[in-house]
Design a protein around this ligand. Structure first.
Ligand code: ADP
Length: 512
């Protein structure tokens, strides 16, 4: 038989101790007794008790004080205080500070039994809750383990799937182009359908790979370059032209072609627009419309506010806070029949945040949805935050050198800045990209300056600068009489401090 739990009864009066002890035994506990506070503490410290019933006269010091200190030493011990009539005000205080209950004398056996039963019930409820909390904690640990397992699985399966798909696509293209012998028109059409579906599968896998990169904390690797935002919109709408036509949804690009250049990872930003437009198509009934517009610049003038809105089914207030969550798919019926992964918006948000921008959605059920987000505009500030700082961090982490090279174009005679025309500019960009490594960044600025950020020390940076000078002047990329000048800032310099390096870079950036 299991050992009975102990209840400690503390009372200086023998008769009272006996009466309470007998009730304790009656309800199935073992009664342990003590005459005063000192004895009581010794017992509590030597073996666990399930509960204590204490007369306030147990201690030479103030009874109430004694109970308070016992509560501090044994915070989980339920204590019922027994006291003479008239003390009840302070007793209520005692209950507020942690005692289980109190009972005033004289009391009947029934009253005492009722008190005891109540405290016992409460105690078992607490024990039950603790047990459940422990179970929940264990389940949570298990879920975390499974989540990691799932992420690793998604990542490895996506990599494994991508390679054979690329090969299949290549060979289908070879057959369509006739490299494997003559192909009839019908065969071409069927292979074209196969290829289109392989593309869909590849896109899906790309999404999963993006997701696992984000989830593993690696983040997306972004390559920033100046791009006209309208080109990004055009790229995205071209990709989706067939879907738009099939669903009979129109797309209107209201962005002003004169909008300043944005500093973005071109492919990633195209992905953002594709995701948002594709959602627009999916959730808008035939005959509807998607509009891409701009709300101008942010207050600091370094970000462009863009809005993609549709006339579709909209998003319910319950769904709205969750749509950017990974794998979340709303309750709204999809009108296109094609189901998604619930990852599109999560990745979209990640890309925008990788550009240090923000995105949110506004909608009312039944009257369309709008996605409002910010894109960095090309400028000294954004070059500093998006290109320079992350590359410097990388250099510091990997303990390698890092340099910023500023290239300017001047009139040989007047030494004034020259603004290159579009054609010359394209040539310069082309020549420069060939001169630096793929890990470096080339940021052309306002048709007369180029910033090069390169993981090289000062000596190598000088060599790059000189090569740029020679290549551009002798390569026929520039109008006659143009002088190429360059200035360098390197890390670590002799002093080796990152702040000094950044100060130097800022002054090179600020001149514009
Ligand atoms: P998916 O489209 O693959 O389900 P997303 O992450 O792109 O995943 O979108 C998550 C959810 O947000 C969608 O399932 C849908 O409920 C809601 N949603 C996204 N875009 C729109 C939109 N333009 N109109 C209505 N609901 C949308």
């Amino acid at each position: 038989m299991a050992e009975k739990e102990k209840v400690l009864v503390v009372d200086p009066e023998d008769s009272a101790r006996e009466m309470v002890s007998s009730i304790v035994k009656e309800i199935g506990y073992e009664a342990v007794t003590a005459k005063n506070g000192k004895e009581a503490l010794e017992i509590l410290r030597s073996a666990p008790s399930a509960m204590m019933l204490a007369n306030l006269k147990i201690s030479e010091a103030e009874g109430l004080e004694w109970i308070r200190s016992a509560l501090t030493e044994f915070p989980d011990l339920p204590i019922i205080c027994m006291a003479d009539q008239g003390t009840s005000g302070s007793l209520a205080d005692l209950v507020a500070s942690g005692a289980a209950d109190y009972i005033t004398k004289p009391f009947t056996a029934d009253e005492m039994r009722a008190r005891l039963n109540r405290v016992i019930q409460e105690r078992s409820r607490i024990a039950d809750l603790m047990k459940r909390a422990l179970e929940l904690e264990r389940t949570n640990e298990e879920l975390k383990r499974l989540d990691t397992l799932k992420s690793t699985f998604i990542s490895s399966i996506s990599h494994e799937l991508r390679t054979p798909l690329t090969v299949i696509r290549e060979f289908i293209s070879l057959i369509i182009e006739g490299y494997g012998g003559p192909v009839t028109e019908d065969q071409k059409e069927y292979l074209g359908i196969a290829n289109k579906n392989i593309m869909r599968l590849t896109n899906l896998i790309e999404t999963l790979l993006d997701f696992s990169r984000i989830e593993s904390g690696k983040g997306l690797k972004l390559r920033f370059e100046p791009v006209p935002v309208t080109e990004v919109v055009e790229d995205a709408s071209m990709t989706l032209s067939q879907e738009l036509e099939e669903k009979r949804v129109t797309l209107e690009n209201q962005i002003d072609p004169d909008t300043p250049l944005v500093l973005i990872d071109r492919n990633r930003m195209v992905e953002v627009f594709i995701n948002l437009i594709a959602n627009g198509i999916k959730f808008t009934p035939p005959g509807g419309k998607i509009v891409i517009g701009s709300k101008g610049l942010t207050e600091k003038r370094d970000y462009l506010k863009v809005v993609v809105s549709d006339t579709g089914v909209g998003i319910s207030p319950e769904d709205l806070p969750k749509i950017f969550d990974r794998f979340y798919q709303g309750q709204t019926g999809q009108t296109g029949g094609v189901t998604g992964t619930g990852l599109g918006l999560a990745i979209t948000k990640e890309i925008i945040e990788g550009h240090r921008g923000e995105i949110h959605a506004e909608s009312r059920l039944g009257s369309g949805a709008s996605f409002i987000f910010t894109i960095p505009v090309l400028g000294g500030n954004t070059i500093y935050r998006l290109v320079l700082l992350p590359m410097l961090e990388e250099a510091q982490r990997d303990k390698i050198s890092f340099s910023m090279i500023r290239v300017d174009f001047l009139d040989q005679r007047t030494k004034r800045d020259i603004v290159l025309n579009h054609e010359a500019w394209e040539g310069v960009r082309y020549a420069l990209v060939k001169l630096v490594r793929s890990v470096d960044a080339v940021v052309p600025f306002q048709n007369n300056t180029v910033y090069i950020f390169s993981f090289n020390d000062e000596k190598m940076a000088k060599e790059i600068g000189e090569r740029v000078q020679v290549k551009l002047t002798q390569g026929g990329y520039l109008p006659r009489g143009t002088e190429v000048q360059f200035r360098i800032c390197s890390y670590p310099a002799e002093a080796g401090r990152a702040e000094d390096f950044l100060k130097g870079c800022r002054s090179l950036l600020r001149e514009d």
